[in-house]
Design a protein around this ligand. Structure first.
Ligand code: HAM
Length: 430
């Protein structure tokens, strides 16, 4: 028997209605990005592996376990991967084009798929889409506020309610190192209770223990954060002030940020502000989106010292939280024929309609008139143009209004103007 195929585990097929919903959400997001002055870029799905190893971090789950490598064509080929996220890639683009030489602040947004070889479950896919934004060139705490407000505004415009904004600061690089050191010292005492991965993380990158999937490890690390560093005593004065100011700006802007001392995020490039937006509707994979500052990333990828901040929203999780399926695009007109020999005439009328910019379709499966009407209903056609032998010979077609069921006989030459008139009146406009 011939093998049949299924979609790859952890990927999602968008049906026509779901594709419409996706595009609607993307259009909504695009409008808000523009409202805030962000410019769209479309970057490749493949990148050199080093872009992510040197930014997301060698000891992160994404790089250690989830990278999809593309098979090399020759030994000389650089290692190419499917992009697991957009930030490092945007920085690569920014540096490659020396954009910092042209302007001090650059604000980009992107919409597109990311790939991570995760263990699939509800809300966790191997290919998923991001609505992402990156603002590169300023340290201003007002830019932190802008990025967070932008992410929240997109969710609000899309119609997601009941979201929670979790926020924390890792401090500047030296504060972050202090935090890591504190965590290392504290968790060393609990080493025997940590999983094997976390025993290794303890030496190499203690922050990563906070995003371990093992409950026991997460609990030990979270306890420490809540109990011992809740007051962020390890932060330098500037970082402390910045964080307090940011909290005030957010509150004055009508948000209710929730300080979460355990929030560190699973990517190494973050410094200072980190945030995550969660939804109660999502179960265990509850983050709708997340982001933060990455003031050292541009330098680490070979550029000058330039601060930046950004976020990405997970589109499939937004769709899960919305719990909507989307709608197909209704057709204005549908051409039906009473007998097979009229196919040429019907096809001419179909072209006439399309050339007049009236969305139209017909059934190419040569079914009975009843079958053609069923298809027209599925396409949610507002009008069916019936090509019937006798009438057509006399220069007429029949036009049926699918909503009222009324049918009229009109001259072929008047079909377009009649339909246009109906559409303009708001009857069954596509
Ligand atoms: P991230 O937290 O890895 O951050 O991803 C952002 C969002 O993408 C998550 O909150 C979630 O909604 C969605 N997401 C992540 N992984 C999956 C998955 N396997 N399946 C479905 N959805 C997923 C970043 O990628 C950073 N680049 C965000 C950023 C931009 N930080 C600064 N600028």
């Amino acid at each position: 028997m011939t093998k049949t195929y299924k979609s790859v585990r952890g990927t999602y097929d968008f049906s026509p209605a779901e594709a419409n919903l996706f595009n609607e959400l993307a259009e909504g997001a695009r409008k808000i990005f523009h409202l805030f002055g962000y410019e769209e870029i479309i970057l490749p799905l493949i990148e050199e592996e080093g872009v992510f190893v040197r930014s997301v971090g060698e000891t992160t789950d994404i790089v250690e376990k989830q990278i999809f490598r593309i098979i090399k064509r020759s030994e000389e080929d650089t290692s190419i991967v499917l992009r697991p996220e957009g930030t490092a890639q945007v920085v690569r683009y920014y540096l490659e084009n020396s954009i910092y030489k042209q302007r001090s602040l650059s604000k980009f947004f992107y919409i597109g798929p990311m790939f991570r070889g995760e263990r699939p479950q509800r809300g966790r896919l191997r290919q998923f889409n991001h609505f992402g934004a990156e603002a590169i060139g300023s340290k201003s705490i007002y830019l932190d506020a802008e990025i967070i407000l932008l992410a929240m505004k997109i969710l609000e415009a899309i119609g997601i309610s009941q979201v929670k904004l979790n926020i924390n600061t890792l401090g500047c690089q030296s504060d972050k190192e202090k935090f890591q050191q504190l965590l290392r010292e504290e968790l060393a005492r609990e080493k025997s209770r940590l999983c094997d991965d976390c025993k290794r993380r303890l030496e190499k990158n203690s922050l990563r223990i906070l995003d371990c999937k093992e409950e026991q490890c997460k609990k030990i690390a979270n306890n420490f954060c809540v109990r011992d560093i809740n007051d962020r005593f390890y932060l330098c004065a500037d970082c402390k002030k910045d964080f307090n100011d940011l909290m005030s700006i957010l509150k004055n802007s009508g948000l209710k940020p929730d300080y979460n001392p355990c929030l560190v995020r699973g990517l190494d490039y973050y410094t200072n502000t980190v945030f995550e937006i969660t939804s109660g509707y999502l179960g265990s994979q509850d983050a709708l989106g997340a982001g933060g500052r990455y003031n050292n990333l541009i330098k680490n990828l070979g550029g000058p010292e330039i601060p930046a901040i950004g976020f990405a929203l997970g589109v499939e999780r937004i769709i899960l939280a919305l719990n909507k399926k989307g709608k197909i695009t209704p057709q204005t007109a549908f051409v039906a024929l009473t007998g097979e020999k009229l196919i040429n005439e019907a096809y001419l009328i179909l072209q006439l309609l399309r050339n007049a910019n009236i969305s139209a379709d017909m059934d190419f499966c040569a079914k009975s008139l009843k079958g053609q009407f069923r298809y027209a209903e599925r396409k949610e056609a507002s009008y069916v143009v019936i090509i019937a032998d006798d009438e057509y010979k006399e220069g007429y077609v029949l036009l049926k209004n699918m909503e009222t069921g009324e049918q009229e006989k009109i001259k072929k030459e008047e079909l377009i103007s009649t339909l246009r008139g109906y559409i303009a009146d708001g009857e069954g406009a596509a």
